[in-house]
Design a protein around this ligand. Sequence first.
Ligand code: SF4
Length: 455
Amino acid sequence: MKNTPIEYLEERKKQIQQAGTQGAAIDCEKQSLAGAVSQRACVFCGSRVVLYPVVDALHLVHGPIGCAAYTWDIRGALSSGPQLHRMSFSTDLGEMDIIQGGEKKLYKSLVELIDQYHPKAAFIYSTCVVGVIGDDVESVCAKVKREKGIPVIAVHSEGFKGTKKDGYKAACDALYSLVGTLPVDDIPSLSVNILGDFNIAGETWIIKKYYERMGIKVVSTITGDGRVEDIMKAHGASLNIVQCSGSMTWLAKKMESTYGIPYIRASYFGIEDTSKALYDVADFFNDQEVISRTKELVYEEVNNILPKIQQYREALRGKKAAIYVGGAFKAFSLIKSLRTLNMETAVVGSQTGNKEDYEVLKAMCNKDTIIVDDANTLELARFILEKDVDLFIGGVKERPIAYKLGVGFCDHNHERKIALAGFEGMLNFSREVFQTVTSPVWKFVPRREAKEVPL
Ligand code: SF4
């Protein structure tokens, strides 16, 4: 298989490159090619995944039932209290609603749900059909807000109107409408908001604990295990720490321009990036006690996990991986984490990366590594066979590709049930990669003999 040429649609050519080659920057941040069956989700899904972990809010999907089913409780975002976020309410628009308009049904559903569940706020997601029939969702939200006395926020997330990234922006606009609406007198200056961590398998709790050990107060977690009232007070923090930059930079920038809160980017995946994130925050505050507590924390945690991952590093030496994730920033950390495990990245791609992200990836990766924007199933399958990888890191939509090809798989998306962030997350990641790559089951799958992509 090694000499098989990489195949893809001609129109997709500019979105695929190899590290070590010269030429124009990769084409990205554009709508998916019609008919290419992109792995990327729609605008509605982008907004839904960002807002989903606000656990004491009502999430009402205004549209046909299919949109709601698509995002119903498939995420591993945990709550330390309310579980309301796990319900996927829908106005269930049918043919007659589409002909006559869905505003009355939306109003009725909202009133009924708020009376039954007493949420702290309500997010109303517009889907494709709502954009087509032109329901005035804003005015219904304003009416219910007046009547019920809670924030009722329209999320402008009609699926067809852009890319998943536009959904992130719609979610940020919705969150921004909450920020700054409660007093913040009791917040100390050593304080932060954690943005872009979604508490998958309790990861926000791990990160929050690190900051607390450093002596820093976490005002709000947006949105992992998020609470409406905390978000309303988020403007009281001194710093925004943005992890999933693709989804949350928009909100951080808006908070910077309105409230003067600076932001920094961070990643909590891998030893290197977790340590850097904590040191960057300590440096920002320039407080000697915080700095020395941070050094102690990193020293203790790194010394704890290094001996534990040694056996995995030895077993995984020289193995190859393919990565396909939502945001490119996570891919940077994964490449470094794989290097920690003595592994090489042979394919890397993202759904929403920008030109700068892809330039960083090209610079980070070994020569000939395939770099791809907005891939589809067939491309990924072909790249995996071409590069003969041992591991595929992706999300729920990538899992079947790996298993059909007889390749080990690590879920690094929001559906997973194992925490992969922080130092303990790196230990979990190492163990999971080791177990899947070295599983004896692959002996029964003819991956290396495959002549065609078995789809
Ligand atoms: S919003 Fe549109 S594209 Fe998204 S799931 Fe619903 S129908 Fe599909």
